[in-house]
Design a protein around this ligand. Structure first.
Ligand SMILES: [Zn+2]
Length: 146
């Protein structure tokens, strides 16, 4: 398949976005935080349980993901005065940073999708662009590991 200049540019930009997303997936302080919240809600034996955390509320409104009370920063941790949820401030900050980056990347990606619509790419073409970009970002990921 021949790619036009515009399509090549899209592949390149998408590759950048996907490899950034992959990197975020590896660090994942949000997952660590999710485990703490899940344990608080269901107890330590239910770690397989999935909770739907409203990250935006936690990071922007300081809302406790367990009971919705406002959390307070005390020394090196965030504390919920109602349910007693404790989050290390360092982990909180890292997870917040990850959340911001994810939102940024999501926005970049949706802008890219809009451009694809604007130049009227077919679904097949979009799929091809995505698989090319994923292939390339995998290669970048492997290079980073070595
Ligand atoms: Zn709480």
């Amino acid at each position: 398949m021949e790619l036009t200049e515009e399509e090549l540019k899209l592949v390149e930009e998408l590759t950048g976005i996907i490899s950034e997303q992959d990197k975020l997936g590896d660090e994942s302080p949000k997952q660590e935080l999710e485990a703490i919240i899940t344990e608080k809600i269901y107890g330590s034996k239910m770690v397989d349980k999935r909770v739907n955390i409203w990250w935006w509320g936690l990071f922007n409104e300081g809302e406790c993901p367990v009971c919705k009370e406002k959390i307070e920063k005390k020394g090196g941790e965030y504390l919920c005065p109602k349910c007693g949820l404790k989050i290390q401030a360092e982990l909180y900050d890292k997870a917040k940073e990850q959340d911001n980056k994810e939102a940024e990347l999501d926005e970049k990606e949706s802008k890219l999708r809009k451009r694809m619509d604007e130049i009227k790419l077919t679904k097949e073409r979009i799929n091809e662009i995505y698989s090319l970009a994923m292939e390339r970002s995998e290669k970048i990921g492997k290079k980073d590991e070595t």
